[in-house]
Write a protein that binds this ligand. Sequence first.
Ligand SMILES: [Zn+2]
Length: 349
Amino acid sequence: MRRRGVTVMVTLASLASLGLNGTRSFSAFGRKRPHIKAEAAGAKRSLSAIRDRLRKEDGTSFVDTHCHLDLVLPRLSEQSHKDAAKAVAKGEEPLPRLRADFLEWRETLQGSERDLEGCVNIGCSARGIDAAVEFLKHDNVYGAFGIHPLNAHEWNSEMEDKIVKLMSRDKVVAWGECGLDYYDKKTRAQKQEQHTRELQRKVFVRQIDLAVSLGKPLVVHTRCAEEDTLELLEAHLPESHPVHVHCFTSSQKLASALLEGFSGLRLGFTGVVTFKNAQEVQEVVKSTPLQRILLETDSPYMAPEPFRGRIAHPGHVSYVADAVACLKGITREEVLAQCRQNTRSTYGI
Ligand SMILES: [Zn+2]
């Protein structure tokens, strides 16, 4: 297998809940609708269901190919409570307070966010895996399971057996996210502890091998571990295996190496591509063929503009698509149609 000396960096920074006004996001929240308007609301809902179906046939629907619903929903709930309290303090009209409930959240989606067709929900810790299994009961919520590098200490033979069993379940579409994360929060640089790296490498290699042997697409997380990530992928991954290198924020050099080296690999882009200070990743978007791009949020992290600093959710893929279209000088519809096709190709959904 080839080796190239390039770098990978994927940021997984949690952004605090601050800033923009939440009124718009929550204005359709059903729970607060007066009961006398229930009938009209029902009619409105069925009209919006028809509109949603028509949109799907238009090819403008989208799938969030990477999210963490178990983290998104409680944080959205918390954010809505804070927004409501602020509004009360200012003497403004009361705002709805969300519960951490999937179906209620779906009702709050507005405008183009409503074109959300489904999502690949990630479970990548002992706790997160159990939570993600629960979400599989919802229509169009698919699952990917693995052990995140920051949870590498949770890997053992029982965990391996558990994830292997999950791979044969209906709606479980991939192995991951897994990978390497050498980022040290304290020094904001690469961690130097050898034992941490060794453990992460071992757990990553085992998961690559399992995904390959089970024929499951691989979801890769990599941060401050560029050369090691590439080395391990090149040593263990067949050239055409389906891979999603998620939340890509690294260099053009790496993007080229990955895309040339692995024909089944796609790069996932998040709300980061809408950030003003993200020129490097925007250049990568421009040069990456549309056929090799997956749209994702990595929510609750990386909320796109104009929601930066708020809690991201899968409906925000709409804004990522707009940014990709703008960067490539093509239409939003072209981006959505091709990326929907890419999702089918990588994940079979
Ligand atoms: Zn993730």
